[in-house]
Ligand binder design. Structure first.
Ligand SMILES: Cc1cc2nc3c(=O)[nH]c(=O)nc-3n(C[C@H](O)[C@H](O)[C@H](O)COP(=O)(O)O)c2cc1C
Length: 337
């Protein structure tokens, strides 16, 4: 409210990203001085789950959207079973111009819409720093999310990270392929080309036995999703992550013309949950191992997604809105609510 009020009186454009940054800085400050008091919640023993060789103390994961280790550390302390780090691209990127993150009210709930455009440090810096990350000491699996503007970018990211990790004893990780990145320069995604996707998975399998999660887009039609499911089904140690944000135009969202770049952005939060459930149903009919991402913030969402066939549950918007949903869901899950 403070940042929003300051933006209003100083005539700046509404920009939720500054508000999130303000919140993040304060969460991290609290972690430094009172972390073990404010954020330490034990995970009930009876909610652990194993997926291939990965042991999750809770089925809740941070979806790929943040790379700051201090924030991820807070969420892990609050009780996440693991986290997928923000998608890493081949080169350093600033992403789209701000404002590029806004809040919208849909289904009478606060949802987010973002057109960040995958800002990040680039894979070289990332792979140098990830090997020394204190996050590995939590003994919780980390997902390394790879993106790209084209096939070669994905190969470059994978090769660079894998080579670096192979020089260490780090073992508790899996890969996630973000094949559905909207808001990038070309606007096309690896997931549009089934042959490239299959070639990429085969290439990764030659050099790594780690589980691979394929993150699909809720914007794709069911036939395309089924074709991706067929590819995944034929490979070993695969997870399908259903799914990413849903693209919506600023007109659809009722936002002002200059509130997002590129005329729209990816919607996340409760409003996309119905499509998440549809995708889970589609993939569970194919007997795939499913991570459900999109609109999960309570144990009721998690139960509905689990009943439909999901095993793991990713969250992004709800971690921004109220990270204390993590211990609440863990507790309710253990009590069987
Ligand atoms: C600010 C923001 C940044 C995101 N960045 C990424 C990203 O880098 N890679 C990715 O695969 N998904 C990204 N996502 C999508 C989320 O991982 C997630 O799939 C989506 O938000 C739906 O889940 P939710 O409803 O729990 O937020 C981002 C989402 C948000 C809100």
């Amino acid at each position: 409210m403070l940042v929003s009020f300051f933006q209003f009186i100083s005539g700046q454009k509404k920009d939720l990203e500054s508000i999130v940054e303000f919140g993040d800085v304060n969460l991290i400050r609290i972690n430094k001085y009172f972390g073990s008091f404010a954020y330490s919640f034990p995970i009930p023993n009876d909610i652990a789950i194993e997926v291939y060789d990965l042991k999750f103390k809770s089925p809740l994961l941070a979806a790929s959207f943040k790379s700051e280790k201090d924030l991820i550390d807070i969420w892990l302390k609050l009780g996440l079973g693991g986290a997928v780090l923000k998608t890493i691209m081949s080169e350093k990127r600033n992403g789209n111009a701000r404002p590029r993150l806004q809040q919208v009210r849909l289904e009478r709930q606060a949802c987010l819409v973002n057109a960040l455009g995958l800002p990040g440090e680039g894979v070289k810096l990332f792979s140098n720093s990830i090997i020394d990350s204190p996050l590995w000491s939590n003994d919780k699996p980390l997902g390394l999310s790879i993106g790209g503007e084209n096939f070669d970018n994905y190969i470059d990211c994978f090769d660079t990270i894998e080579k670096q990790l192979k020089t260490t004893s780090i073992n508790n990780y899996f890969y996630e392929l973000n094949i559905s990145c909207p808001n990038t320069d070309t606007g096309s995604c690896l997931g549009d080309s089934l042959s490239d996707l299959e070639k990429l998975i085969d290439y990764m399998r030659r050099y790594s036995s780690k589980a691979i999660s394929i993150k699909v887009s809720p914007d794709w039609g069911d036939e395309h999703l089924k074709s991706i499911g067929d590819i995944i089904l034929a490979k070993e140690k695969m997870i399908v992550n259903a799914g990413n944000t849903q693209f919506k135009t600023i007109e659809y969202l009722g936002l002002k013309k200059d509130s997002l770049p590129r005329g729209g952005g990816g919607l996340s939060g409760l409003a996309i949950f119905p499509r998440t459930l549809q995708m889970i149903n589609l993939f569970s009919d194919m007997n795939l191992t499913i991570m459900a991402t999109g609109g999960i913030s309570t144990v009721h969402h998690l139960n509905a997604a689990r009943d439909a066939g999901a095993t793991l549950f990713g969250m992004a918007t709800s971690l921004i809105m109220d990270p204390y949903c993590i211990p609440k869901i863990n507790y309710n899950l253990s009590k069987g609510y």
